[in-house]
Design a protein around this ligand. Structure first.
Ligand code: SF4
Ligand code: SF4
Length: 337
């Protein structure tokens, strides 16, 4: 069994950085903890659930996907190499690791996304078994668990009353990381601490079924009236993956950029002629729930929500998708009586 003292996470980060990894870890940033690129001197805090997800290190907020030079009326494509550094993500939450598996399906569906696949290949996810959860966590309602291993290459687990971590490799990438970290790991025994208790808050199958029958529900209007259309929920979500493509250039050179976007913003579906097939926030909230709980299930056989709760924690209107799902589930049960 490989053991690390609980206060030695910065040492683990340092030894991995010395071995050539870009290290991403939960870093304290004022009142928040954020997943960020670790540098010597930054405090790693694996306690709170980070405000952002790991998504941005595999699917950047903005990236160059093509580059070309212009000379009068002719243009010439230029190399636009993918930036895919060898990366170790420490203490990623199981809900985030599972989300990367959902995104694998999206980015290898009709089109194989080389940038996504290169970063996935270069990234080792070290999942942290959640020792505590908050009221917004609902992984157990969407097929996950605080100690789930889906998507993880290695697992960190608190042990001996949070005084130690047990580090376990789950595959080749995990084994390579453990070998690189050998200098700070000890062989020994430790008793794993129990994972957090996360109650099941709703039946996701009932939500999927309800969505198939309620495209015109008044629920969408009520949600639309409360929503400010800020997009925070989608940008914090580890599974949301919508993007927009923009060209920017000068007279002599240009780049094509892929930028995060979201179905929650009015311009997302706005046609150049002015028509918008999702004309109000009610239609956009419907799309958000339908996509995560119905369309994704139909296309990929799984949900597009891993229950991390970030959307609810960040929403300025205090809208919580878990609460929406709970109301749907309860309405279905009441109708069946
Ligand atoms: S929809 Fe909300 S709870 Fe579900 S994965 Fe996205 S941010 Fe997390
Ligand atoms: S974070 Fe809240 S207010 Fe902002 S778009 Fe999402 S649901 Fe609407």
């Amino acid at each position: 069994m490989k053991i690390l003292d609980a206060d030695k996470l910065p040492d683990l980060a340092a030894v991995l950085a010395a071995a050539g990894y870009r290290v991403v870890a939960p870093v304290r940033d004022g009142a928040q903890v954020r997943m960020a690129e670790w540098k010597p001197g930054l405090a790693i805090d694996a306690g709170p659930i980070p405000a952002n997800s790991v998504k941005e290190f595999l699917f950047p907020r903005c990236e160059v996907i093509a580059r070309y030079s212009l000379d009068g009326d002719s243009f010439a494509p230029q190399p636009a190499p993918v930036d895919a550094p060898k990366t170790a993500v420490l203490a990623v939450r199981p809900c985030d690791a599972a989300a990367m598996v959902a995104l694998d399906k999206v980015f290898n569906w009709e089109y194989r996304d080389d940038a996504w696949n290169a970063r996935r290949e270069a990234t080792t996810l070290v999942a942290l078994v959640c020792a505590a959860a908050d009221d917004e966590c609902f992984c157990t309602s969407v097929g996950g668990a605080p100690d789930a291993r889906l998507g993880a290459d290695a697992v960190l687990r608190c042990a001996d009353g949070a005084s130690k971590f047990i580090l376990e490799a789950l595959g080749e990438k995990g084994q390579a990381l453990l070998a690189a970290a050998a200098g700070v790991l000890a062989d020994g025994d430790a008793r794993p601490d129990p994972p957090a208790s996360v109650p099941v808050r709703f039946d996701s199958k009932a939500v999927t079924d309800w969505c198939g029958e309620n495209f015109e529900s008044p629920l969408w209007r009520d949600l639309g009236l409360a929503c400010l259309g800020c997009g925070s929920c989608a940008y914090a979500c580890p599974v949301c993956h919508c993007f927009d493509i923009q060209d920017e250039g000068t007279r002599s050179e240009a780049v094509r950029l892929r930028n995060w976007d979201t179905c929650g913003l009015a311009l997302f579906t706005q046609h150049s002629g002015g028509h918008n097939p999702r004309p109000d926030q009610a239609a956009r909230w419907r799309q958000r729930v339908m996509h995560k709980f119905r369309y994704f299930v139909e296309r990929f056989g799984g949900l597009a929500c891993t229950g991390c709760g970030r959307c609810a924690r960040l929403c300025p209107a205090r809208l919580a998708i878990s609460q929406v799902c709970r109301e749907i589930d309860e309405a279905r049960k009441a109708a069946a009586k």
